[in-house]
Design a protein. Structure first.
Length: 521
């Protein structure tokens, strides 16, 4: 059932579009109540408005802390229109129903994000009257429409115009749900901030109580396996350039595994400055390469392990052109990701109707935290964004690396960060040659990486190797040397470092330390 809007209350911190919205309401003969700065802005722009203080008979008090917490306001919001006793009670009290509430809140999250924000400043930006009005109106959405997001102004105005000043039940319910979601996130941000302060009011990395909120993007066809259900949620404000900001251009609905693997591919490929391609299978890069063009990068990445690339995820850090799209279309691929596609590339992929084609903007930045669910709890950590430059490496072998070897070592180290531990990655000339991932012992990862290269017909002679963590014994060094490697990059830090370095010297290898590891489980 629709409601007729006769009176609206507008009180907003974010004044985007509010003048135009209020003017349109006034043109529909809807009377407007407002407060403080909003009332002043509307009046200055020729919109007829009644101050809440005038309406209630009580002036704003306590530096504006007390404005709308009054029976004249909340009686008009909370009275159930379908209960005669409620309507009689507010009539006897001289209270008019308020049919539309337009409120957004003090900018608490923006305030605490500012450098040097004090507790006093944060407290002053905790809204009291705003959430109370929103919750009152949303609770009584059967008789009141409530708007918390300026993005909803156009659609609501259109409905009011086409329905002769009325708002339907479906719209009111959708807006009410949005309100409760918004106020929950607002209170969660306050809780996270306050419980993130220690006794000395110093900010801590991790609050005592953690409140999270995500918006559902879609239901998945199923989870990791067909007998599991699943859904994909994104942050309310996804990090710039994150996978959650994707647009799907074509293809089947994304699956649970598609999203996980696509994220692994995208996070890896966007770290490269040169044109790059990353192919991922089961959350591990099975081919990574840079090249003068994206086509060259793709062809070299595919060489690493064409068997594993079958049914994989392919990510590019440059817009896709037709030659590359045509090459990709020749293989079985689940998902293609790039920051853009020219018209000819779109045409080349159209015939592959099942291939999911995603556009994701390239941008720096990422998630603030990584999460891992465990039985009855949640593990939380900062993401692994640490990188190393050539000048920061410590050469521990007698033999020193050449400039070319240094470039390949840094490339291999960058790739190893995205390979499941224990990770061993053979590389050469900006291309992966063999990848060993997820083994319980490092020496087995080394053997598997060498076998992968051999199976793909790639030579490891004069290659370089990255190990995501230290070699606990010399056996891993022996394996990679026997395969043909000439240089190793690893964190160092084993009690047997001397033994491992001695093995490198004995075998004529270059060995450099980064001083930190890249475990990924």
């Amino acid at each position: 059932m629709s409601i007729l809007v006769k009176q609206a209350l507008i009180s907003v911190s974010d004044k985007t579009g509010v003048v135009e919205f209020a003017r349109a309401l006034a043109q529909m003969k809807i009377s407007i109540l407002s407060t403080g700065g909003t009332a002043k802005l509307l009046a200055q722009n020729g919109v007829a408005v009644t101050e809440v203080a005038e309406y209630t008979g009580y002036p704003e008090m306590l530096d504006g802390r007390l404005k709308t917490l009054h029976p004249m306001i909340h009686g008009g919001l909370l009275a159930r229109r379908d209960v005669p006793e409620h309507m009689a009670a507010i009539k006897d009290a001289g209270i008019e129903p308020i049919d539309l509430v337009v409120v957004n809140l003090y900018p608490f999250t923006q305030t605490i994000a500012k450098s040097g924000c004090t507790l006093a400043e944060a407290i002053e930006n905790i809204d009291i009257g705003g959430p109370t009005m929103l919750r009152s109106a949303a609770k009584n959405h059967m008789g009141v429409a409530v708007v918390v997001d300026p993005a909803d102004y156009p659609a609501l105005l259109e409905e009011l115009k086409t329905s002769e000043g009325r708002v339907g039940a479906a719209t009111r319910f959708a807006l009410a749900k949005k309100v409760f979601t918004h106020t929950a996130a607002y209170d969660g941000a306050i809780s996270n901030y306050l419980t993130g302060l220690d006794a000395g009011l110093k900010s801590r990395e991790y609050p005592e109580r953690l409140t999270l909120q995500f918006a559902k993007v879609q239901d998945m066809r199923y989870g990791e396996n067909p007998h599991q259900s699943a859904a994909f949620y994104r942050d309310i404000e996804p990090a710039a350039g994150s996978l959650a900001s994707y647009t799907q251009l074509q293809g089947k609905e994304l699956s649970y595994n598609n999203v996980g693997d696509a994220d692994a591919a995208w996070e890896c490929v966007k770290t490269f400055a040169d044109p790059a391609c990353v192919i991922v299978k089961h959350a591990n890069p099975c081919g990574v390469a840079i090249g003068e063009t994206v086509l060259a990068a793709y062809q070299r990445a595919l060489q690493t392990d064409p068997t594993s690339a079958f049914g994989g995820i392919i990510a590019f850090n440059r817009p896709l052109d037709a030659p590359t799209a045509l090459a990709v279309a020749k293989q079985f691929v689940e998902v293609v990701i790039a920051p853009g596609y020219d018209a000819a590339a779109r045409k080349a992929l159209e015939s592959k109707t099942n291939v999911r084609v995603l556009v994701v903007p390239i941008a720096a930045g990422g998630n603030r935290y990584d999460f891992k669910r465990v039985g009855g709890g949640l593990l939380l950590q900062t993401p692994d964004t640490k990188n190393v430059e050539a000048a920061e490496l410590r050469v521990v072998s007698r033999k020193k690396p050449t400039d070319g070897e240094l470039r390949d070592l840094l490339f291999a180290w960058r790739v190893a960060k995205f390979v499941k531990s224990n990770a061993i990655v053979f590389c050469g000339s900006g291309q992966t040659l063999g990848v060993g991932a997820g083994q319980m012992s490092r020496v087995d990862s080394a053997r598997i990486a060498a076998i992968k290269a051999k199976n793909s017909g790639l030579s490891l002679v004069n290659s370089v190797v990255a190990s995501d963590a230290f070699f606990p014994f010399r056996d891993g060094v022996d394996v990679v040397a026997q395969a043909g490697a000439k240089a190793i990059i690893q964190p160092g830090g084993s009690v047997r470092d001397d033994e491992v370095v001695a093995a490198a010297d004995e075998l004529g290898l270059v060995m450099v330390y980064t001083g930190f590891r890249h475990f990924r489980h």
